[in-house]
Ligand binder design. Structure first.
Ligand SMILES: NC(=O)c1ccc[n+]([C@@H]2O[C@H](COP(=O)([O-])OP(=O)(O)OC[C@H]3O[C@@H](n4cnc5c(N)ncnc54)[C@H](O)[C@@H]3O)[C@@H](O)[C@H]2O)c1
Length: 432
């Protein structure tokens, strides 16, 4: 099948590479010329384990191509996936749908034969109707269907998640579409993924409700972790204790920093704003958003406490600055609050991240990216473990820091407190 992915970011690129790996002919289109040039040289513009190999193999087999030419790609494809960004609007909970609407407008110029237009971007419930209206201004209704097929992949595990998802959700108001979509997902369904068919609006809402529920689980255990710290209980016992109940489930119950990334923050806000539009009060999701915001401040304040309010001129190392491990994505990362806070308090900050230095942290005499873990840790007064890359899981801190007196704040609970304290290391973690 000939497919076209519009938007070659985390979702469009991974989906495009995986669909081509399943034997389809895939055009990956992006308006960003630099991105397309890189991809045509076999270089992935994003850090995602296994992605570069997948791109190169399928590019070589000529099943996968990268282009800025929207017209040819649309005309030559049967199914067109919209995979562009849907960020929050600045200083508001509303979703900025301009990228999606621009794509709808652009493709409507090139549709001359029947196409299925699939929205893979996360869009609020009812937006499929708007996309349909935009395209219908230029194209006969019999020449297209607009379908919702939300994507559930996680950065860092994106290829596995795409190829072995728990479920594939297709939302369409035209029942004939389900069979056609089932066909392209057949190899994945055969491996055990559930294939769920619903209305277009139903699929749109499933995506937002899923993300809001997962964000709620994280926020819930983070608040319980605060109570654990106040009462001397180990939050990990609580996670296992409640997660062992099949009705609750054990995943997304690890206490740590505030959730971040390109999805949960904007999707919880987007859900609240669409619910407000329909005069429905989602009070739980609203309090999750507030609690998560408060947590960023709470954890930075905890650093002051750990350092006895003496951050000025202290050498602080931050390990991991992306919103989680195995990605280079900085969107809504808690480090964007943490590092400016430390600098404001006069700290001398070094950071190390396996995915490399970040544009967000350029130009500051008291902030430096170190190329290795060893250099980053050497001589520190405080090491903050912010994300859980494998590289951070078995550090010999005394050997690396080479100092008698230093502290560790492990925001991901990677180490055993008893063992570190036995070695006379001043160690602090979350909810234990
Ligand atoms: N990142 C994730 O983990 C993830 C997971 C599930 C769903 N989603 C959703 O998928 C969508 C895309 O997310 P992402 O993280 O891949 O975004 P992204 O910002 O990484 O990529 C979007 C891409 O679209 C391109 N683009 C924008 N307008 C274009 C146009 N008119 N023509 C061609 N290309 C255009 C941009 O240049 C960019 O490369 C969002 O709605 C997001 O919520 C993301």
């Amino acid at each position: 099948m000939k497919l076209c992915m519009i938007g070659t970011g985390y979702v469009g690129l991974v989906s495009g590479a995986c669909f081509s790996d399943l034997g389809n002919q895939v055009y990956c289109v992006d308006k960003d010329k630099k991105k397309i040039d890189k991809l045509n040289k076999g270089i992935s513009p994003i850090y995602e384990p296994g992605l570069e190999d997948l791109i190169r193999n399928n590019f070589k087999s000529k099943r996968l191509s990268f282009t800025n030419n929207l017209e040819n790609s649309v005309k030559d494809s049967k199914i067109i996936f919209i995979c562009v960004g849907t960020p929050s609007k600045k200083k508001s909970n509303l979703v900025d749908l301009s990228q999606v609407y621009n794509v709808a407008k652009s493709i409507s110029k090139y549709i001359k034969s029947y196409k299925i237009i699939v929205t893979k971007s996360t869009v609020p419930v009812t937006i499929g109707d708007e996309i349909e209206k935009i395209i219908a201004k230029k194209v006969k209704r019999s020449l297209f269907d607009v379908v919702s097929n939300p994507e559930f992949l996680r950065e860092g595990e994106a290829i596995r998640d795409f190829k072995y998802p728990d479920r594939i959700v297709i939302g369409s108001n035209n029942k004939k579409i389900f069979k056609k979509m089932e066909l392209i997902y057949q190899p994945i369904i055969k491996k055990g993924a559930k294939f769920l068919c619903t209305s277009r609006k139903g699929a749109e809402l499933i995506k937002y409700a899923s993300n809001a529920f997962l964000a709620t689980k994280i926020t819930f255990i983070n608040e319980i972790a605060n109570l654990c710290e106040a009462t001397g209980v180990n939050v990990e016992d609580i996670s296992v204790g409640i997660g062992s109940d099949a009705r609750i489930g054990s995943r997304f119950l690890r206490a740590g920093p505030a959730y971040g990334g390109s999805c949960f923050p904007k999707d919880t806000k987007g859900l609240v704003s669409i619910a407000d539009k329909f005069k429905t009060n989602l009070s739980i999701v609203k309090s999750v958003i507030k609690s998560n915001h408060d947590r960023k401040i709470l954890l930075t304040k905890k650093i002051s406490k750990i350092m006895n309010n003496k951050i000025k001129n202290k050498k602080i190392t931050v390990l991991g600055v992306t919103f989680k491990a195995n990605t280079d994505d900085m969107r809504e990362s808690s480090s964007l609050v943490l590092i400016p806070y430390l600098l404001k308090k006069g700290g001398i900050v070094k950071y190390y991240d396996p995915s490399g230095p970040k544009n967000e942290f350029k130009k500051n005499k008291n902030l430096k990216f170190e190329k290795t873990l060893i250099k980053a840790c050497l001589g520190s007064d405080l090491i903050v473990i912010n994300t859980e890359w494998d590289e951070f899981k078995s550090i010999d801190f005394k050997k690396m820091v080479k100092k008698s007196n230093f502290k560790i704040y492990d925001m991901r609970n990677l180490y055993n407190p008893i063992e570190l304290r036995k070695r006379n290391i001043k160690y602090y973690s979350v909810g234990r």
